[in-house]
Design a protein around this ligand. Structure first.
Ligand SMILES: NC(=O)C1=CN([C@@H]2O[C@H](COP(=O)(O)OP(=O)(O)OC[C@H]3O[C@@H](n4cnc5c(N)ncnc54)[C@H](OP(=O)(O)O)[C@@H]3O)[C@@H](O)[C@H]2O)[C@@H](O)CC1
Ligand SMILES: Nc1ncnc2c1ncn2[C@@H]1O[C@H](COP(=O)(O)OP(=O)(O)O)[C@@H](O)[C@H]1O
Ligand SMILES: [Mg+2]
Length: 292
């Protein structure tokens, strides 16, 4: 891959202005969750909070608001009209667009499910939002279901597929994806103009011209919800002004480091996604200690 520049080190953390306040550090809006997957929204919100965002709003189906709010009082909840099963539907769109209208960064997709209405909802949010957006999980599945050529909407996009989601997007088997992680991710980034974060051991981050292969992380992170934490973390970094490629590289590094620090204290089998979000505090300590 002679035309791709390899990045060996993750970028520096974002500056945190000493006189800054919650209005300075980014307003993140997480559009996620459904009844049965309220945890995806909560974990994504926790990832954004521990990623340093000034304000984190979770715009979630009305039926799960109390559940998500009870996980973490620092989250602001925005109830979105839902269907009888607690999923986004056609009437969710206008309130969701209002919720993201002042966002510095948006996460779209974790835990929203894959019914036709939620797919259409994803399409409409993607088309409308011109700011930086992290598309994860069922957000990716919704776009994949429409088949190529893919349009991820007008603004900067970070796509965070695991190999199963990437397989749905590319039409290749998981085995093929895993056998060509770097080239497949580069090709997809070139085709779409998005930053691709192909997750799994050795997460690959590329914008089609630059390539970073993450070296932090461990198999303790193979537990439900760790990817949701990553999506929120990436949005927090975008909201603090990082470019989408730098946010993706730094975020993958920090997330894996939090996983390594969690495993060192709690063991790989014992750690869960909530711990990972908490251990972002320790990971920040390490990377901020390495600065200057
Ligand atoms: N608490 C909550 O509310 C949570 C809610 N969540 C929500 O659940 C929804 C479904 O998302 P999901 O990722 O669980 O299912 P899905 O897209 O079918 O992918 C699974 C398949 O992909 C593959 N695969 C994955 N990783 C791989 C790897 N590293 N390396 C290789 N293969 C890999 C693997 O394929 P296999 O190897 O089994 O053939 C596996 O079978 C979604 O909305 C999400 O946000 C979750 O976030 C959890 C916490
Ligand atoms: N063996 C591993 N080594 C390093 N990181 C891993 C490993 N297994 C999983 N991860 C990381 O854990 C996260 C899992 O994300 P994802 O599959 O979306 O989970 P979920 O949807 O349950 O939140 C990704 O960031 C992935 O890179
Ligand atoms: Mg996921």
């Amino acid at each position: 891959m002679p035309d791709v520049r390899r990045i060996d080190q993750p970028p520096e953390p974002p500056d945190r202005e000493s006189g800054g306040h919650k209005g300075t550090f980014g307003r993140v809006v997480v559009v996620a969750g459904s009844r049965g997957m309220s945890g995806a929204a909560a974990l994504c919100g926790l990832g954004a909070l521990r990623g340093g965002a000034g304000l984190v709003f979770v715009a979630i189906p009305d039926r799960i608001v109390e559940t998500v709010a009870s996980v973490e009082p620092a989250l602001l909840t925005v109830p979105i009209p839902d269907d009888a099963t607690g999923r986004f539907t056609a009437s969710s769109l206008r309130p969701a667009l209002d919720a993201i209208s002042k966002a510095d960064a948006v996460v779209l997709g974790p835990g929203i499910g894959q019914i036709d209405e939620s797919r259409q909802f994803v399409r409409s949010v993607l088309d409308a939002f011109e700011g930086p957006l992290v598309l994860d999980a069922d957000g990716l599945n919704a776009v994949a279901s429409s088949g190529p050529p893919f349009d991820f909407g007008p603004g900067p996009r970070i796509l965070t597929p695991h190999p199963g989601e990437f397989s749905r997007l590319t039409g290749r088997s998981i085995h093929d994806v895993q056998a060509s992680r770097e080239t497949s991710a580069i090709e997809f980034a070139k085709q779409t103009g998005a930053v691709v974060v192909l997750k799994g051991a050795g997460t690959v981050v590329t914008d089609g011209e630059q390539l970073f292969v993450n070296s932090t992380g461990n198999s303790g992170m193979g537990t439900g919800g760790t990817g949701d934490v990553l999506a929120g973390l990436l949005a927090a970094l975008l909201g603090q002004g990082m470019s989408h490629f730098d946010a993706a590289c730094f975020g993958a590094h920090l997330h894996g480091l939090a996983g390594d620090l969690s495993a060192a204290e709690l063991t790989e089998p014992g750690m869960i996604a909530t711990d990972l979000a908490w251990f972002l505090t320790r990971a920040w300590e390490v990377v901020l200690g390495e600065e200057g």
